[in-house]
Write a protein that binds this ligand. Structure first.
Ligand code: 4AD
Ligand code: MG
Length: 466
């Protein structure tokens, strides 16, 4: 009778006694004259299953072909383990070597296991314990996000990646073109003639699905997007990627307060999910790198976030400066907050997450609802320990006249946005939404320090390897 392969995660939870088949990659091989121990991992869990092989001339020949990184299949009996660390192990009766792994050339053999080195072998780093844990967490978090919104009746809306609109108005877009860059056709003004381009107009990769999300919300009520987002900002920081994933819920009939309530509930539910459903991986990262990780995650789940006006935030920061706290960037009303400022508020002053609202309109996007003071908008940024801004959102300007005036005031072109402005022409409604940076969430949940280490294949300035 043929034995069906079982995943290591399931094998480790089985009772001893049955004949089993496991397949995976060898993490380590060690032993003595009589016996060899192989730690086998198949990616289903952070844990390895121990394979015990009695040495004899037959098995010696197979064992000689096995080293760290090789891929094998093992048939044998699941037995109780006398060693510590695992309840069961496999006493091997037959081993198949699928792929040998040259110990001299295998890049993960090297002593250098720094994250920097591992980025240079990002095609293999998922085989390390750390990246296995991070990538499983990433997948689980994606699932938790869909579950959160589906259980609340939100519609998952797919918004385009290629667009003619600059949703954030920040001009940080990657252009998409099929024009021959060596001989770009020019119009009468000597500018590129985009009518000759693939789409007949200038297009780029999207910086946000929000504008289309608003079209969805004003028809379906509550929607969310979850997809790749591209920004050509030349910021080489541990918190920025040129290609990242964003989750953008957009809700009709939510004001800024309902928006904040949802953001807080959303992020707490995701962190709770990580603690409950991904405990092994979180615990591994906690014990290996960041002994306060679990405490920090639990802290977020248990506390009420602070809600604070930008103006109040600036006062706190100015007081800090007056008391000798040093920041690299200046603090004044009107300044865009840097992550050092955000982290001061969260980590030093309040010691809990902060939702900052009422930002100056000049540092925020055109679509945000303007307050009566004429100076501020109903923006909300959720600021987190270690991360700074994890969510950015707002109540939207629902008034046609005010929206058009703001677009003009900023010197933006209305022509590419007519379809968006239609939401305010035809049955406009109060509505709100926000964007959660998926990798920023993962930085928080994993305790990793660099955003390049929570996405399988990071894209950053001067780096599009793999
Ligand atoms: O604050 P942002 O720019 O907001 C928007 O794009 C809105 N359209 C969202 C909305 O209201 N629907 O970006 C939202 C979040 C940030 O808070 C941050 O977590 C993340 O996206 N983010 C980045 N993450 C990684 N790399 C980058 N370059 C990022 N830029 C923004
Ligand atoms: Mg923002």
């Amino acid at each position: 009778m043929e034995i069906i392969r079982k995943k290591v995660k399931d094998l480790l939870e089985m009772q001893a006694g049955s004949e089993v088949l496991a397949k995976g990659w060898v993490r380590t091989k060690r032993g003595n004259k009589e016996i060899a121990f192989i730690a086998l991992n198949d990616g289903s869990t952070i844990k390895n299953i121990q394979i015990v092989v009695d040495k004899n001339p037959d098995t010696e020949a197979v064992l000689a072909r096995i080293s760290t990184g090789s891929c094998i299949g093992v048939e044998g009996t699941l037995v109780e383990s006398i060693g510590s660390g695992q309840a069961v192990e496999i006493k091997a009766s037959n081993i198949t070597v699928y792929g040998e792994c040259d110990p001299v050339r295998y890049p993960l053999q090297k002593k250098d296991t720094s994250f920097e080195y591992l980025r240079s072998v990002a095609h293999l780093r998922p085989r390390t314990n750390t990246f296995g844990a991070v990538l499983r967490l990433r997948s689980q978090m994606a699932f938790a996000i869909h579950e959160f919104f589906h259980s609340r009746g939100f519609v998952y809306l797919n918004t385009p990646l290629i667009t003619a609109a600059d949703a954030e108005g920040a001009g940080q877009m990657f252009q998409v073109t099929t024009l021959d860059l060596a001989k770009v056709p020019l119009n009468k003004k000597g500018q590129p003639d985009y009518t000759k381009d693939f789409f007949g107009k200038q297009t780029s990769l999207t910086v946000s699905g929000q504008l289309e999300g608003e079209l969805g919300a004003t028809a379906l009520g509550e929607i969310y997007t979850f997809g790749p987002t591209f920004r050509a900002e030349n910021s080489n920081t541990p918190r920025h990627l040129a290609e990242f994933w964003m989750i953008e819920p957009e809700m009709a009939f939510y004001d800024i307060n309902a928006n904040m309530d949802l953001a807080e509930e959303f992020i707490k539910s995701l962190v709770r999910y990580a603690l409950e459903k991904c405990y092994d991986d979180v615990k591994f990262l906690n014990d290996r790198y960041d002994p306060e990780l679990i405490e920090r995650l639990q802290g977020v789940v248990d506390t009420e976030f602070v809600r604070l006006e930008y103006t109040e935030g600036i006062k706190i920061l100015e007081t800090a400066v007056a008391n000798g706290v040093k920041f690299e960037y200046p603090v004044f009303w009107g300044a865009d907050l840097q992550s050092e400022h955000e982290r001061y508020l969260v980590e030093q002053h309040f010691r809990k997450p902060v939702i900052l609202t009422g930002y100056p309109k000049d540092i925020k996007a055109f679509y945000m609802k303007q307050n009566e003071d004429g100076k501020t908008v109903r923006a909300m940024d959720v600021l987190f320990p270690k991360i700074g801004e994890i969510i950015g959102g707002s109540e939207r300007e629902a008034d046609l006249g005010k929206l058009e005036a703001r677009i003009d005031e900023l010197g933006m072109s209305r022509r590419n946005l007519e379809w968006y402005i239609d939401t305010r022409r035809f049955g406009t409604c109060p509505h709100s939404g926000f964007g959660l940076g998926f990798e920023r969430l993962l930085l928080f949940v994993t305790g990793m320090q660099n955003i390049r280490d929570v996405i399988p294949f990071p894209r950053t300035p001067k780096n599009a390897e793999f």
